[in-house]
Design a protein around this ligand. Structure first.
Ligand SMILES: CC(C)(COP(=O)(O)OP(=O)(O)OC[C@H]1O[C@@H](n2cnc3c(N)ncnc32)[C@H](O)[C@@H]1OP(=O)(O)O)[C@@H](O)C(=O)NCCC(=O)NCCS
Length: 361
């Protein structure tokens, strides 16, 4: 039986504006558990500065903290099975399942958001499935770079709303250190490794605690602002290209900064508008953790005070698809984000992808 009416929005390609449709819905989706995991090795700004010195480059802790807000990050030892992307994801998933009171066999679907998969084939979702023993599930990866977790949860929501799945495990995890060019001082200071997870579950459409709204966008014309040129099928890694570090991240930092502030603000305002929630009514803002100055600028534009903003980039740097689920998990576990509170998440990344989501815990 149809129990409620929900508003469902999708971005219209032609204008980037949302086409608002009202669809009769039976179900809604709710985040019922979160978890996170990090590699053991800490790399402080001083450690990064020492590493860059080997390539004749200068940086220092003060500069990195002032310009980014980052003090340290975690770096995976990928020679060590427990620190592979899928293994970090599996640890985060187990914690999220525990919080949700669910078992691996309860999972219908796994969505693994990452741009640093264990292998090109198969998906990291399948490696993770094997590790956690989610026998009944089917899994796939999503590559939306740093926006991956929000893309993943919104995708999970669609499968739940359609009635296809009841319990979806969404992972946002990265071993981006694999793609760091230590001869580039603008990118080597930013990224770190880690994993976050969320269990998203079907609830009745009228439920108070649910995903309330979302807005996704991408602008492929900006792809080259942040990309890895070689290593995909378009450009093989040859010894010459390897020597030029074409298999590592290239970034136009200043341009990304400006686009990020604009897009994050736009996505946040659109999803708040769709949820009919003014920014002042929000309990928490969990933004993508790329740069503290970007976070402050966006919070200021949206009208959210910094004491409502969850920040973990000081300790972990930019962990791409993992930033939001790890920050969310930390704030839920330490009691800041409580049941019934309203949360805005907001991300941008290579693509240039972006997305925001409002939910009530
Ligand atoms: C990369 C970033 C930290 C650089 O900070 P910035 O304030 O924009 O710095 P600029 O690029 O304008 O460079 C300022 C100066 O610092 C220097 N500099 C750059 N990196 C440095 C470093 N690690 N240490 C010391 N100096 C550095 C530059 O060479 C430049 O020197 P100059 O003025 O003599 O030419 C910043 O642009 C940023 O965070 N951009 C967004 C990137 C991002 O979020 N990417 C991930 C997207 S998901």
């Amino acid at each position: 039986m149809t129990t409620a009416i929900g508003a469902f929005c999708s971005p219209g390609r032609e204008t980037g504006h949302q086409r608002r449709q009202t669809i009769v819905m039976k179900f809604a989706a709710k985040i019922v558990g979160t978890g996170s995991a990090f590699p053991e090795r800490r790399m402080t700004n001083d450690d990064v500065a020492r590493k860059l010195t080997k390539f004749g480059l200068e940086t220092n802790d003060e500069w990195i903290r002032e310009r980014t807000g980052i003090s340290e990050r975690r770096i995976s030892d990928v020679e060590n099975e427990p620190e592979l992307n899928s293994s970090l994801g599996a640890r985060a998933a187990q914690k999220a399942l525990e919080m949700a009171g669910r078992k691996p066999e309860d999972i219908d679907q796994i969505i693994f958001a990452t741009c640093s998969p264990d292998t090109p084939l198969p998906s990291t979702a399948c490696w993770l499935q094997q590790k956690i023993g989610a026998h009944r599930a089917w899994g796939m990866d999503i590559n939306a770079a740093c926006s991956g977790f929000i893309y993943g949860v919104v995708t999970a929501e669609q499968f739940i709303l359609s009635g296809h799945s009841k319990t979806v495990l969404v992972i946002g995890a990265e071993v981006l250190s694999h793609f760091i060019n230590w001869q580039d001082r603008t990118t080597s200071i930013l990224f770190g490794d880690g994993a976050g997870a969320a269990v998203v579950e079907q609830v009745a459409a009228g439920s108070r605690q649910r995903i309330l709204a979302s807005y996704l966008s991408s602008d492929g014309t900006l792809s080259k602002l942040l990309f890895v040129p070689a290593g995909g099928s378009a450009l093989e890694v040859t010894p010459e290209r390897y020597a030029q570090n074409l298999h590592k991240i290239r970034m136009s930092g200043r341009e990304i900064f400006k686009v990020a502030v604009r897009t994050l603000t736009e996505c946040a305002l659109r999803s708040l508008e769709q949820a009919h929630i003014p920014a002042v009514k929000l309990d928490w803002f969990v933004p993508h953790q790329a740069n503290l100055r970007i976070i402050e600028a966006v919070a200021n534009r949206i009208g959210i005070s910094m004491d409502k903003v969850i920040v973990n980039l000081d300790r972990y740097g930019n962990t791409s698809a993992a930033t939001i689920p790890t920050a969310l998990d930390e704030a839920i576990r330490d009691g800041r984000i409580r049941e019934g509170q309203t949360v805005l998440t907001d991300a941008f990344g290579s693509g240039l992808t972006a997305g925001a989501m409002v939910f009530r815990r």
